[in-house]
Design a protein around this ligand. Structure first.
Ligand SMILES: [Zn+2]
Length: 110
């Protein structure tokens, strides 16, 4: 016999939901736990390190949910990298423009 982990009530063998407390069991619980969690995805976007760690830790029992967080974290890292690169290119462009400008040629850097 199986027993509910939440309330301890006896369960029939292929039960998906406990009739005592309503908590999900076995395959149904697994499927629900594995659903993509938008909150964790948003967290992974703003804290990519969290997403990577979550992916590594949770992939064993909730691979789909873990992968969604990991992919979000990687997308976030790529976006940060591209934005940083664009800012650097803009800054270098501005420096070159300034160096070639009238003011610089006459007065030097100031
Ligand atoms: Zn129960």
């Amino acid at each position: 016999m199986k027993y509910c982990q939440q309330c301890g009530r006896e369960l029939i063998d292929d039960a998906a939901i406990c009739i005592g407390c309503g908590s999900t069991i076995g395959a149904l619980k697994k499927a629900l736990d594995n659903r993509i969690n938008i909150g964790f995805c948003i967290l992974s976007f703003f804290m990519p390190l969290f997403g990577i760690v979550y992916w590594a830790v949770v992939s064993g029992w909730a691979p789909k949910r873990a992968r969604a967080c990991g992919i979000t974290a990687i997308v976030s890292i790529v976006i940060s990298f591209v934005v940083t690169l664009i800012l650097i290119v803009m800054f270098v462009g501005w420096l070159v423009e300034y160096a070639n400008s009238y003011e610089y040629l006459y007065y030097g850097y100031q």
